[in-house]
Design a protein around this ligand. Sequence first.
Ligand SMILES: Nc1nc2c(c(=O)[nH]1)N[C@H]1C(S)=C(S)[C@@H](COP(=O)(O)O)O[C@H]1N2
Ligand SMILES: [Mo]
Length: 265
Amino acid sequence: MKAALNARYSSTEQPTAYADITGYNNFYEFGTGKDDPRRNAHTLRPRPWSVTISGEVEVPGTLTLEDILAPHALEERVYRMRCVERWSMVIPWVGFPLADFIKRFRPTSKAKYVAFRTLHDPKQMPGQRAGWLEWPYVEGLRIDEAMHPLTLLAVGLYGRLLPNQNGAPLRLVVPWKYGFKGIKSIVAIHFTERRPPTSWNVAAASEYGFYANVNPAVDHPRWSQASERRIGASLFDATRPTLPFNGYAADVASLYSGMDLRRWF
Ligand SMILES: Nc1nc2c(c(=O)[nH]1)N[C@H]1C(S)=C(S)[C@@H](COP(=O)(O)O)O[C@H]1N2
Ligand SMILES: [Mo]
């Protein structure tokens, strides 16, 4: 894939190995083990694909993947990623800003939030036969978070099309939030005045908030979030301190000024 590096929004840290990025995943539609997505996601058919845009927009509709991609130049963005489970990676994503995509549909003044939905098809996603989560997987962002220049719709990594296990053909990437906000294999985007439900918040509201901003000062009820384990790093420097907003505070902290981030975790 042709994608120019966006240096302004890229980390200079060593990217995690392709084998780790594509072999150590969370994608519960294919099982709860870290190697289940790599082993099982071959049943997903990411082409042909379409995404439905609805709600508080002037131009709702259903777009094919080709329609979605046509007007956008692809960029490479090397982002630090931090899972709520205390592991982290550095991933060279290929994609385009979600803001540029959203502008095409002209959100109305009532569009305060954006809701995302993953495909629901137990034939392609056999994990959906189990009750680990309520299906389909859903996520949401406040509209200003969705329009932030760091927020990406990704279609590839390491210069190749997204492997199924990483959320082919289209997934969200929000680098200052815990990984679970990065919803995979998106089929619907809905604009709404009300805060939408999100899968992990529905599953365990005391453990996973709507905002899910990476915050070393707010522990998960069952573990500290003060440090993280960098996947693939040598034993001696694998454990690292976790940074506020995952290191993106200078870019995004202002979105939350005046909010008590212990209450709005
Ligand atoms: N549909 C869907 N999206 C999902 C998940 C999932 O189980 N289903 N897991 C989330 C979690 S917990 C993480 S950490 C990231 C992992 O993304 P990666 O596998 O590309 O690293 O995907 C997120 N998106
Ligand atoms: Mo995660």
